[in-house]
Design a binder for this molecule. Sequence first.
Ligand code: SAM
Length: 274
Amino acid sequence: MPTQAWLDILRCPRDGERIVAGDDPSNAATSGRRCRGGHPIAAGEGIVKLVWPERMMVRDAHMNRMYDRLAPFYDWSERLGTRLFGVHTIRERTAIVERLELRPGLRVLEVSPGPGVYQKLITDHIGPSGSLAELDLSLAMLGACARRARKHGLDPLLVQANASYLPFADDSFDAVFHFGGVKLFSEPGRALDEFVRVAKPGALVAWGDEGFGAGAPTGWRRRALQRINPGFAEPVPPLPDGVSDATEHEVMNGCAWLVVARKAAVGSERLAAL
Ligand SMILES: C[S@@+](CC[C@H](N)C(=O)[O-])C[C@H]1O[C@@H](n2cnc3c(N)ncnc32)[C@H](O)[C@@H]1O
């Protein structure tokens, strides 16, 4: 089960209650943990399971099935994509993480890490005094994150949950980062609101996804990308409330965008009242 520091900020997505030791610690299915509202919390293979709503909305369920199937081939398909479409994935990912202003000791949430392609890049910045939570809907992707972490001697918190219902307390993270899924979530606006909610006031919140910019490929490459991934045609979602200093960047050789913003330093309730 997660360390006490993680338990302090984890919340049941049903009722927002803290997660406490249950009355049956021998129950392997729940690890004996319940939320204070009494709902059992499942965990296994080093992954805490806090998916809500239990019955996923249509798009989320579809994405979940698709990414569970894609997980074993994800790294391979990326390498192929790099060759075909000329995207310098490693260089571009490095540049994206450099925009997050990470430094040693920070507590970072990465939403939708896939198989953990940013895991090492992020932990290199935050060092052993920092901590990383990786949250994805796909158990197969989280399994790949766990294997990658073992290979690099890392120990991220792995959580199966829906990005639009984050199982964390308000104001928990020094940085929140998401790349590559928001436009295809069932509730993208809600997910962005959640990224802001769980960030500490003043923390950096960054999210990005596919979309053609000035440097994007043209001709058959463009048509092929659009066909493979309908996300290229979807508009950039509007900014969530409660952020300031938002800037938009073209990344992945013109095949994606990244918004970098800060959670406004005043509480969201006060912002709403202004
Ligand atoms: C294209 S992959 C991106 C992986 C990685 N971030 C990258 O940049 O390569 C999209 C990821 O979003 C996850 N995902 C899809 N819907 C989700 C949701 N509603 N909540 C959390 N994660 C979700 C998928 O399981 C998958 O791992």
